[in-house]
Ligand binder design. Structure first.
Ligand code: BGP
Length: 466
């Protein structure tokens, strides 16, 4: 089997988020998921909410030790706005929250694990959602900048890699279009405003970061889901272009070029649903692009021109211009219902190299959620997740090919280090290098954890298919 060598100082790490790992140690301030769970437990798989998650708040020291043990050299997590800030308007900090994040950062550094800190991972404070409509409001954008400033002030001396948002398109689609996150609204016009306001929020935070003269770097993490057209017909290709303009290039173009894709603006104008924005704001977006990019990749989109009629009772939605289809013969992760298509990682890398200034970037999430992993436990109690190792090797083989051809990729983070809580899917599918037994919170390294240790030590991966 031939070995693929990765660049020097490559990041071998993993990603999690505050709401998915910590547990609700401070019940005073709730985010939209805390609130939703308190009000409707049936929305969550097996009625499991974010109360305990993987208990990172209490066990961060032991957990970080395990991350060190499996050789991770970097970790991304997020600060929870609700836990760090007590009063969103006066920006009074929560002392316990601040102490916790300080301890986590120090512990990571002590273990030679680079901390990558993200400021927003789907977790809008409920109070701001209720009072102002969350990202619908530009006032909330201002409050977000104030919160970010506090985080830079308190942690910027040690954290050198910051992220403004994880997957900013997700709240747009999940909260305002397809009803998979609270407040479960279907309103395309509002969705468009949320998209604009989050792009603005990211740029404003970057501006603040630079004004403060922080010596570090700041980027954004996007879930890129390339839209592959069903055929080479003009109609199918146009459908895929519009899907890309809305779901991928909206944030990619603003993050790297500081402007929205022309195709997107053209369509929104034509349909009379363009955001409410000002020239001054567009200037801020133009002038405050990212230092680096994180790419979460799980699945592609398969797109065709609409064949069935569009349900106009839903009002305006970008889906008016395209439809998804199941590609015959596609490979599936049956537990998550997502297509497995590792080649897309190569296509994404080439797109960044050729069309996005070859900006430096890393894979910030890639992973495979599997249900019922206990059935793969061996007699020593270790989960033998060879399917996960194969999944990673296959993706890394495509990534390596792109790097050989000049892609500026500096790392690979998986989702996730330790099995964690997954929004409405709760603990259904497990992704970690380390398993969690929910009733006892006992954590055990899986076979993939030993695999990544070796990868990180040698900086080499066994080539897939050879
Ligand atoms: C990404 C999110 C993560 C994580 C992951 C796995 O989109 O950034 O928060 O949850 O997907 O997806 P899921 O938890 O839905 O299975």
């Amino acid at each position: 089997m031939s070995k693929l060598k990765f660049p020097q100082d490559f990041w071998w790490g993993a990603a999690t988020s505050g709401p998915q790992s910590e547990g609700r140690f401070n019940k005073k301030n709730r985010n939209i998921f805390d609130y939703w769970f308190d009000n409707d437990k049936t929305a969550f798989f097996n009625g499991v909410g974010p109360d305990i998650a993987s208990n990172f708040y209490n066990s961060y020291k032991e957990d970080i030790k395990m991350l060190k043990e499996i050789g991770l050299n970097s970790l991304r997590t997020s600060i929870q706005w609700t836990r760090f800030i007590k009063d969103y308007e006066t920006v009074e900090i929560d002392e316990d929250g601040a102490k916790f994040y300080n301890n986590v950062i120090n512990e990571l550094i002590k273990n030679e694990i680079i901390p990558v800190l993200n400021l927003f991972h789907f977790d809008m404070p409920m109070e701001l959602q209720e009072k102002y409509g969350g990202w619908e409001s530009k006032y909330v954008v201002e409050l977000f900048v104030k919160y970010a400033r506090k985080a830079f002030e308190l942690f910027g001396d040690r954290v050198k890699h910051w992220v403004t948002f994880n997957e900013p398109i997700v709240p747009v689609e999940a909260q305002y279009m397809y009803k998979f996150h609270y407040p479960l609204i279907v309103d395309g016009k509002k969705a468009v405003q949320v998209l604009y306001n989050t792009a603005l929020a990211s740029a404003k935070v970057i501006k603040e970061f630079r004004n403060m003269k922080n010596d570090g770097e700041i980027g954004i993490i996007l879930n890129l889901t390339p839209s592959y057209p069903r055929s080479e017909s003009t109609e199918d290709k146009k459908a895929a272009d519009i899907s890309d303009a809305f779901f991928n290039n909206s944030f990619l173009d603003t993050a790297i070029y500081g402007k929205f894709p022309e195709l997107l603006v053209e369509i929104l104008k034509k349909d009379n649903v363009l955001w409410d924005g000002t020239l001054k704001e567009l200037e801020i977006i133009r002038e405050n692009t990212v230092d680096f990019l994180g790419v979460n990749y799980y699945q592609p989109k398969r797109v065709k021109a609409r064949e069935s009629g569009f349900d106009v009772s839903k009002g305006w939605l970008p889906d008016k211009y395209f439809e998804h289809y199941d590609m015959p013969g596609r490979r599936m992760n049956i537990y998550r219902g997502w297509e497995i298509y590792p080649q897309a990682i190569y296509d994404i890398a080439k797109n960044i190299q050729e069309n996005y200034k070859n900006i430096k970037w890393f894979i910030s999430e890639n992973g495979m959620g599997v249900e019922g992993e206990e059935r793969f436990k061996n007699s020593d109690g270790i989960i033998e997740d060879d399917y996960r190792i194969d999944f990673y090797r296959e993706h890394l083989t495509y990534l390596h090919k792109a790097i050989q051809e000049g892609a500026n990729c500096f790392g690979y983070h998986t989702w996730t280090p330790i099995d964690c809580w997954s929004w409405t899917n709760a603990y259904k599918n497990r992704y970690g290098f380390i398993s969690v037994d929910l009733p006892t919170q006992i954590k055990t390294i899986k076979k993939s954890g030993y695999w990544i240790k070796k990868v990180s030590e040698t900086n080499e991966v066994e080539e897939w298919g050879k």
